[in-house]
Design a binder for this molecule. Structure first.
Ligand SMILES: [Zn+2]
Ligand SMILES: [Zn+2]
Length: 467
């Protein structure tokens, strides 16, 4: 049955029409576009992106909650990958699945010829028990190397996947305006594989997607990625140059000679040798690393050895992490750690064997691309853009950014009225996402891609210094 229209006077109708058009102008306005003097083409495109992002927001939130409720570990993202692939296909986007494991790649071809730009999201969750509370809290479990573990999207990759699905939908509606193509990369196993051991060198989704030929046929001219983190909701955090640390696993095995704890003179004590090695490792950063070039961190997180209070064991094993922000510092640090550990142990007649397994490279934001995108970020992020600090965490986006110029930014998701400095960080069971920030993330990703397609990579002289 059709609803009966309400009868209104002509004057009321005119006022309503005027209000509607005012609200359309307000919603479609690109903040600061006139002041920044961007081209009418870009201005119109950004207005459309803003409108389409607002339109897709309810779906974006629904996808996020659905993915949050159904988290999956690295290399087991079956449901998430299917959801993404189905969505991209429904938009008429060319889709490739099982790229580097569970990776999904879609290429949207704009109606006008042009360059290729890539947007990336990660799909995996963490083996963390989610507390109850959210109506869409996870109760899921999966197998991780033979153990059943609880799962939670505690790093926010559910939001990344949902935001990129939404950006794909937004950019599809603007296909006729796009000069070039957009590659949507949905990668598995950013946190590492739940199946393959890290030491095998095959555990990171980005690396495996590239080894599987991701950029072989279609190499984008730029790649953009975004991560949610505690920060003012809707605010973008951006840092040109090194942004996130390299990460290597440090294994040290100290062997001595087993014996009675009451007669240590008849033994070679690997426990004391290990204690000296750990202390000595601190001087590798404080005395050997040029901290004016770049900071570095060496942390030992595991130390295992011995079985009784009165027995000196044969061996002690230590496992730690090495973080740097510069390739040369990283190389030197590896050599210095080996030198320090081996010789300190030798001074006690023990023997240290050092193995360093490289994991992630430094995530470096391309200086030129970052400068080019700063005004774009300022227009896209209503809550402003701040220059970020170095992140102690690592990211396998670094693999993409090594292949092509990349820009990795952070989106604040701390609800208004809460202090981001006190908010639960990523990987914490209390990590909480203010969903109203997600439309900002979608808009930012879509706007960066559209701008890059329209303007192309900029040359140094064409970039104005932004403050
Ligand atoms: Zn994480
Ligand atoms: Zn993450």
């Amino acid at each position: 049955m059709k609803k009966k229209c309400n009868q209104r006077s002509p004057v009321t109708a005119i006022i309503i029409l005027a209000l509607i058009s005012l609200s359309v102008v307000a919603n479609s306005q690109v903040p600061g576009s006139a002041a920044k003097g961007i081209s009418p083409v870009l201005s119109a495109l950004e207005s459309k992106i803003r409108q389409q992002c607002n339109a897709v927001e309810p779906k974006l939130i629904a996808w996020r909650q659905d993915i949050h409720r159904n988290p999956e570990l690295g290399d087991q993202e079956n449901r998430t990958a299917n959801l993404v692939a189905e969505h991209l296909r429904s938009l008429g986007i060319q889709v490739q699945t099982a790229v580097g494991g569970k990776g999904v790649v879609g290429i949207l071809k704009g109606d006008k010829p042009g360059r290729l730009v890539a947007l990336r999201a990660d799909m995996d969750a963490l083996p963390i028990q989610e507390p109850s509370g959210l109506p869409f809290a996870s109760k899921a479990t999966q197998q991780q190397k033979g153990l059943t573990v609880p799962l939670m999207h505690a790093c926010g990759h559910d939001t990344h996947t949902a935001m990129l699905m939404a950006a794909a939908e937004v950019l599809t509606t603007l296909k006729s305006d796009l000069p070039g193509s957009v590659m949507f990369i949905f990668q598995p196993a950013e946190e590492g594989s739940s199946i393959v051991e890290p030491g095998s060198g095959k555990s990171w989704g980005a690396k495996r997607m590239l080894e599987d030929g991701l950029f072989a046929k279609n190499k984008p001219e730029a790649v953009f990625g975004l991560h949610v983190h505690p920060g003012k909701s809707g605010q973008i955090d951006y840092k040109p140059g090194p942004a996130a640390a390299s990460s290597d696993v440090l294994n040290i095995s100290v062997s001595g000679q087993q014996g009675h704890g009451g007669m240590p003179w008849n033994t070679i004590d690997p426990v004391v040798a290990s204690a000296l090695v750990i202390t000595g490792l601190q001087t590798v950063v404080s005395r050997r690393t040029d901290l004016t070039t770049s900071p570095a961190v060496v942390s030992v997180g595991i130390i295992q050895g011995g079985s009784s209070q009165n027995v000196i064991p044969d061996t002690v094993k230590m496992v730690g992490t090495i973080r740097t922000y510069d390739a040369d510092v990283r190389k030197q640090l590896h050599a210095d750690i080996k030198q320090a550990a081996e010789h300190i142990a030798e001074g006690t007649y023990a023997k240290a064997r050092v193995t360093i397994t490289p994991m992630y490279d430094v995530t470096t934001n391309d200086q030129m691309l970052a400068s080019q995108m700063l005004p774009v970020l300022k227009r896209a992020a209503d809550a402003g853009v701040v220059t970020g600090t170095l992140q102690g965490a690592s990211e396998d986006f670094s693999y993409f950014a090594k292949e092509v110029p990349g820009l990795y930014i952070f989106l604040g998701i701390t609800p208004d009225g809460e202090n981001p400095a006190e908010a639960a960080p990523n990987h914490n069971p209390k990590f909480f996402v203010d969903e109203k920030a997600l439309v900002v993330g979608t808009r930012t990703m879509a706007t960066m891609a559209a701008n890059f397609l329209v303007t192309g990579p900029m040359k140094p002289a064409t970039i104005k210094q932004e403050k």
